[in-house]
Design a protein around this ligand. Structure first.
Ligand code: GTP
Ligand code: MG
Length: 200
C-alpha cells in the first residue's frame, strides 16, 4: 500500500457528525498517550497531520484523514485518562464506543498497546468488549524503541498469554515505533490486504 496523499478531512464530537461517506475507514484506539496520533503521522509520513502531545488527553475529537482520496484513517481520543474528570471521561467514552459500534464503514480498528508495560486491565477489558460486540480489530504494540527487545518481547508474551485465556485464536498483531520508524510497511500492507479482500 502506497500513500500518495493524506489530508485532514474533519473532526467531529459524535457519530452522527461523522462524514456521510461510504469510503472504508481504519481507526486507531488505545489508552491516552499510547501513541495513536504519532502513529498516524508516521504512517502518512507527515508529522503535522495529527496533533500529538507529551501530555495525555490531547485528541478529543473523532478526526478523519482522507488517504489517496479513497479511504480514511481515523484518530480517536484515548481511553482511561482519569484527570479529565468523571463527566468528561463518560462523555468521551460514549463518543468512542458509539462510533466503534455504529460506524458501518469501519473496516478495522487498530488497538494500540504500550509494549513497555505489563498487561493492563483497561486494555484487556476493552479488547474483551470488542470481542463481545464483533468488532474487527488488530493489535499494534507501540513504542518498541524504549526498552530492550527482550523486555518488549516479555510484555507482549504476557499480554498474549492473558488473551489466550479468552480467545481461541489471537488477533493479528504488529509492532511499531514512530521514533525508530519501524512497522510501517506491515501495517499499511495489512490495510491494503483488507481493502483488496473487501473490494466488491
Ligand atoms: P491522546 O491523543 O492524548 O490519547 O494520545 P496519543 O495516543 O495520540 O499519543 P501521541 O501520539 O500524542 O503521543 C504521546 C507521546 O508519546 C508523545 O510524547 C510522543 O512523542 C510519544 N511517542 C509516540 N510514539 C512513540 C514511539 O514510537 N516511541 C517513543 N519513544 N515515543 C513515542
Ligand atoms: Mg492523540
Amino acid at each position: 500500500m502506497i500513500i500518495h496523499s493524506a489530508k485532514y478531512f474533519n473532526g467531529c464530537a459524535s457519530l452522527d457528525k461523522c462524514p456521510k461517506s461510504d469510503l472504508p475507514e481504519f481507526a486507531f484506539i488505545g489508552r491516552s498517550n499510547v501513541g495513536k496520533s504519532s502513529l498516524i503521522n508516521f504512517l502518512t509520513q507527515n508529522n503535522k497531520l495529527a496533533m500529538t502531545s507529551q501530555n495525555p488527553g490531547k485528541t478529543i475529537l473523532i478526526n478523519h484523514f482522507i488517504i489517496n482520496d479513497k479511504w480514511f484513517l481515523v484518530d480517536l481520543p484515548g481511553y482511561g485518562y482519569a484527570k479529565r474528570g468523571k463527566a468528561e471521561m463518560a462523555r468521551l467514552k460514549k463518543m468512542i464506543y458509539s462510533y466503534i459500534e455504529g460506524r458501518e464503514t469501519l473496516y478495522n480498528l487498530f488497538v494500540l498497546i504500550d509494549s513497555n508495560i505489563p498487561p493492563q486491565k483497561i486494555d484487556l477489558e476493552f479488547i474483551q468488549w470488542l470481542g463481545e460486540h464483533g468488532v474487527p480489530f488488530s493489535i499494534i504494540f507501540t513504542k518498541t524503541d524504549k526498552k530492550s527487545k527482550s523486555e518488549v518481547g516479555k510484555n507482549i508474551a504476557k499480554f498474549n498469554q492473558v488473551l489466550t485465556e479468552t480467545w481461541e485464536e489471537l488477533p493479528q498483531q504488529f509492532m511499531a515505533s514512530a521514533v525508530k520508524k519501524t512497522g510501517r510497511d506491515e501495517i499499511l500492507n495489512h490495510i491494503g490486504d483488507i481493502l483488496k479482500a473487501t473490494k466488491s
